[in-house]
Design a protein around this ligand. Structure first.
Ligand SMILES: NC(=O)c1ccc[n+]([C@@H]2O[C@H](COP(=O)([O-])OP(=O)(O)OC[C@H]3O[C@@H](n4cnc5c(N)ncnc54)[C@H](OP(=O)(O)O)[C@@H]3O)[C@@H](O)[C@H]2O)c1
Length: 318
């Protein structure tokens, strides 16, 4: 028997994350794209955004009320891929018109809201199954939590997380952090204390961390070098075994002894943790991720699949 099709909507479809979500939804065997919104590209074909997107589907101009109306007309779930602080009007309108419609919010707006499930499936799968309101984790926060969770019971202090992101992490609104001229031959540190992902990692990992982000001149991908002070000693083999055991049954987590390179992480749906390095009462690991995929769109599709009762990896070309 054919699997049922779920109609889903995408708000913020013109962005870097929106483009990846369009590709994944259009290729998903059980999802049908009901609508994709953009103000800048309204009425223009999806092809306008990227050559591999279709010519016969178009972006629509949809405010919160219009989205809610569409949601009430048989839409199972909606992705919100908007900048931070814009979700409230959409959530309120959908709550009123179509409370049964699932929402996956890719912004940070609900990552600290106990009424929303936190969408890191490898750590919180049970609460995501059938959830109606899911906060998709941040990109740095995803890789950092995956890399630190196996050690969290052995930490003797706050891990130091040195992060470098490609400039797609800064979205499409022009800023120094996504200006190739400013980034050329450069590495730009920013928000070296109190970054929102520092708080997000601490809240959901359950342990204080110190996070120092940087942006580099490559487009996509993140590399995190993490120094973790420990209450006990490890050698590289015992550290590797700890990670292998923890993630043995997680298809989107790759564990290796060698140092992972960010160039190998791009266009993949994985977090890779490697570089298994030890010293006296500390460990250093390196995690890589494609910020636009497992750091955003891939994880949102995992979460939508779980929300809709589908196989978690359905539609993910892994
Ligand atoms: N980039 C990443 O690596 C990454 C990773 C994880 C999570 N996220 C989060 O995912 C969200 C999207 O990120 P992004 O990088 O794709 O951002 P982006 O490239 O800047 O795209 C933002 C999208 O929102 C729309 N938009 C902007 N202002 C709007 C407004 N006032 N009302 C309605 N629509 C508006 C834009 O389209 P129009 O202007 O055409 O309407 C565009 O489609 C953000 O919350 C970001 O923090 C991003």
């Amino acid at each position: 028997m054919a699997e049922p099709t779920h109609h889903v909507g995408l708000i913020g479809a013109r962005g870097h994350v929106g483009a990846e979500l369009l590709r994944l939804v259009l290729g998903h065997p059980q999802l049908d794209l009901a609508f994709a919104s953009s103000r800048q590209l309204a009425k223009q074909p999806l092809r306008q955004l990227a050559d591999d997107l279709p010519l016969d589907r178009s972006f629509e101009l949809l405010d919160a009320q219009a989205v809610a109306k569409r949601a009430a007309a048989g839409v199972s779930a909606i992705f919100l891929a908007l900048p931070n602080d814009l979700s409230a009007a959409y959530v309120e309108a959908i709550d009123a018109a179509a409370p049964g419609c699932a929402i996956i919010d890719l912004s940070a707006d609900h990552r600290f809201d106990a009424n929303w499930a936190y969408g890191l499936p490898e750590h919180h799968r049970a609460v995501l199954k059938g959830a109606k309101r899911i906060a998709n984790p941040g990109c740095y926060a995803t890789a950092a939590q995956i890399a630190l969770a196996p050690l969290v019971d052995q930490l003797s202090g706050a891990p130091q997380i040195f992060g470098v992101s490609g400039y797609s992490g800064a979205g499409t609104t022009p800023s120094p952090k996504n200006d190739p001229e400013q980034l050329r031959d450069n590495l730009m540190p920013y928000k070296l204390a109190g970054h929102i992902h520092e708080r997000e990692i601490a809240r959901h990992l359950g342990h204080e961390v110190h996070f120092m982000p940087h942006v580099a001149s490559f487009f996509r991908g993140i590399s995190l070098t993490i120094h973790a002070p420990l209450t006990r000693d490890h050698d590289p083999a015992s550290l590797l075994a700890l990670y292998e055991e923890r993630y043995a049954h997680e298809p989107l987590i790759h564990v290796q002894a060698d140092i992972p390179f960010v160039r190998d992480a791009t266009h993949k749906h994985l977090v890779t943790v490697g570089a298994m390095t030890t010293g006296e009462r500390y460990a250093v690991v390196v995690a890589t991720i494609d910020n636009l995929l497992k750091g955003a769109a891939t994880q949102a599709v995992q979460n939508m699949n779980l929300a809709l009762g589908l196989d978690e990896l359905s539609g993910l070309p892994i």
